[in-house]
Write a protein that binds this ligand. Structure first.
Ligand SMILES: [Zn+2]
Length: 343
């Protein structure tokens, strides 16, 4: 069906904004005249023009007369309120577009349906719910952020084929080069990355995105015992970093914030701090204790497991996949196997 085909194209375009629009949704828009695409656009950067605006602006001068006879496809309901930009519904009406097809309604209960209602009232033919489930999956972080008012939490770990994170007291086994790039891509799509003190101390990770183009997310580390050496990458002040712990290190820190904590850091406390800082997607990269803390307290939305071919026989056991987790995707990445679970 053509409506589905063009909504799929919206998803493809929307994905191009991943890592640059959060906590806004990923949105793509396509303008179609007689089964031919005459305009395309996507939301490229937080606070900048919406997909619909870019789509209509992309129509070439010789095709502009076709706009009122075209269908506008958009994976999310066009906005009807003044945000950082004027409402897209007004633009659609001004352009006299007669048919609009969308996948998902705006999840904000105060807005939901108002955009589509405004269009219908003005006589526009509106079709919604096309590939709704796929649209929800694409914008799962955004839907969680709006409806539950908290960051979307992704747990990620690499394990051996027999289910170990690594040998006790040693650096976690590294997955293949392709997988490393995949992880860095995931990082660029997140707003914050968390590791525990042991991982920070033992692995000395950079938690940056050097193997994939894109932004560096906020680095967050738990260090309540003050064990991370000052020479470690996480304390190099090169990237925005939060250190939850006891000591406030002396030094000329510009990007590093020390957050004093008594005892251990509770997950809800962290999520609240991230929410206030407008960080809508959290990637938890370990280690075992921190991952288990999120699994046990139920503070997770998605789990990504990278499995390599190594056989370790013993070591630190990987967390158990919770019973309510549903396998959403599995694929090969180089020599590794990737499985993605959600609720
Ligand atoms: Zn809009």
């Amino acid at each position: 069906m053509n409506d589905e085909r063009f909504i799929r194209r919206c998803f493809e375009l929307a994905r191009l904004g991943a890592g640059a629009v959060s906590p806004n949704p990923l949105v793509g828009a396509v303008l179609v005249h007689a089964d031919r695409i005459i305009g395309e656009g996507w939301h490229q950067r937080w606070g900048e023009a919406h997909a619909e605006v870019r789509c209509i602006a992309s129509v070439s001068p010789e095709n502009q007369a076709l706009i009122p006879y075209s269908t506008l496809y958009c994976n999310l309901e066009p906005c009807s309120h003044f945000g950082k930009t004027p409402p897209c519904c007004d633009l659609i009406l001004r352009q006299k577009i007669r048919r609009v097809v969308v996948a998902n309604m705006d999840p904000n209960p105060l807005v939901a349906g108002k955009g589509l209602d405004a269009l219908r009232r003005a006589g526009v033919e509106v079709l919604d719910g096309i590939l709704e489930a796929e649209g929800y999956w694409l914008n799962r972080a955004f839907f969680t952020w709006i409806t539950q008012q908290r960051p979307y939490v992704v747990l990620k770990w690499a394990q051996s084929s027999d289910g170990f994170l690594g040998k006790t007291g040693e650096r976690t086994p590294i997955s293949g080069a392709e997988t490393l790039r995949l992880v860095h891509r995931w990082r660029t799509h997140c707003d914050a990355i968390l590791v525990g003190a042991r991982t920070a101390e033992l692995d000395n990770p950079r938690l940056d995105t050097r193997f994939f183009p894109g932004k560096n997310p906020l680095r967050v580390v738990f260090d309540t015992q003050g064990k991370i050496p000052a020479s470690h990458h996480l304390l190099d002040d090169s990237i925005e970093t939060w250190v939850f712990g006891k000591p406030v290190m002396k030094g000329d820190f510009r990007n590093t914030k020390f957050i004093p904590v008594e005892g251990s850091v509770e997950v809800p406390t962290l999520l609240e701090a991230l929410k206030i800082a407008n960080k809508a997607i959290l990637l938890v990269e370990g280690g075992a204790h921190v991952l288990q803390q999120f699994v046990d307290s139920g503070h997770w939305d998605e789990i990504r497991v990278l499995e390599n071919r190594q056989h370790l026989s013993n070591g630190i056991a990987a967390p158990k996949i919770p019973e309510n987790a549903v396998l959403k995707q599995d694929f090969r990445c180089g020599a590794d196997w990737v499985r993605i679970f959600a609720r």
